[in-house]
Design a protein around this ligand. Structure first.
Ligand code: CO
Ligand code: ZN
Length: 329
């Protein structure tokens, strides 16, 4: 079940640049369904299912945004910098956990002009001196929002790390169902997406795919006075991307996804995202170019500690991937 897979992946620590643990969990999950499982130099997890047809690369990023310890002050507060797009306005008061299990709360200097910026934040880990703090958290250690999943109504879940463990769960679940695929399927669980699509770039070069599809969350335009004027809604189906800041999706891939969704009655919606990008941004520029598309999972409050998805959209995305994998391309 997609929900079980998602909950399993959400529980694993894995800040950008520290994806070993989540890679191991996904590898264990998919090994029984795979012809090969490998990890490359940067840490991308590459899982293959052989086939005689085209080579299709699917990509979902394992990393999620976090904080890195830069120093501790004389009173034991750990100073921080962001790894990836932390939204300072929603991080104050949040619980975080470092990779070694040390827990903390994000605070902000109070006597400042205007809204706090990254340099005003700190993690309160309960230490009283610099020595005590640095004995528990070393400079360079990374923290993420502490795992916590809330169920909102029947279908929706809110949690940190939905970006992009939701995409990883969809890809893992789809891969398990791609049993009779004619194409050569290469599922890549990428590293370091949140700092510039770094893992996808080297993985795509090595895999050398004929076609590629990335799985990631996307914003929605369905909350009160939503700022991005976009058509995507939570619960309205898998989002087939037309364009974002990193990629203009290949019409051949996009149109194939649309026709498969129509033919198989898979709920879908079209997505134009005016902020942000995803792994296809790097993949499509690899070698002589790779026709690339994106299947997105609509998500509210992206890059907060309560990223909210609808499980029905994830189920639709799984069906769409399985359908694409089975097509003669
Ligand atoms: Co992100
Ligand atoms: Zn993402």
């Amino acid at each position: 079940m997609i929900k079980d897979t998602l909950l399993k992946l959400l529980a694993v620590h894995g800040a950008t640049g520290h994806e070993e643990k989540i890679a191991a969990v996904i590898a264990d999950l998919l090994r029984p369904y795979a012809d090969s499982v490998e990890t490359d130099v940067l840490g991308n997890l590459i899982v293959r299912k052989h086939g005689a047809g085209k080579r299709v690369m699917f990509a979902a990023h394992m990393d999620h945004i976090g904080f890195i310890a830069t120093d501790a002050d004389e009173h034991g507060f750990v100073r921080l910098y962001n790894v990836g797009g932390i939204d300072v306005s929603v991080s104050v008061g949040q619980r975080v956990v470092f990779e070694n299990g040390v827990e903390g709360v994000i605070g902000a200097e109070e006597d400042i002009e205007g809204a706090p910026k990254m340099q005003n934040l700190y993690a309160d880990i309960g230490a009283s001196t610099r020595e005590e703090a640095l004995a528990r958290v070393a400079i360079g250690d990374v923290a993420v929002y502490a795992p916590a999943v809330s169920q909102l109504g029947e279908w929706r879940l809110a949690s940190p790390a939905m970006d992009d463990r939701a995409g990883c769960a969809v890809l893992a679940e789809a891969f398990m169902q791609m049993a009779q695929a004619n194409n050569e399927i290469v599922a890549v669980f990428t590293v370091q997406e949140e700092v510039g699509l770094r893992g996808a770039r080297t993985a795509a070069y090595a895999v050398d795919p004929d076609f590629a599809i990335a799985l990631d969350v996307t914003l929605t335009g369905d909350v009160p006075e939503a700022k991005p004027k976009m058509a995507v809604k939570l619960g309205a189906g898998a989002a087939i991307k037309v364009m974002d800041r990193s990629v203009i999706c290949a019409p051949a891939v996009r149109d194939r996804l649309v026709s498969l969704a129509k033919a198989q009655n898979i709920p879908y919606q079209m997505e134009v995202l005016t902020a942000g990008g995803t792994d296809s941004g790097a993949i499509h520029q690899t070698r002589g170019g790779v026709p690339s598309g994106v299947v997105s999972i609509p998500c509210r409050y992206v890059h907060s500690a309560a990223e909210t998805i609808d499980l029905r959209d994830m189920e639709a995305a799984v069906r769409l991937l399985v359908a694409y994998a089975g097509e003669a391309l």
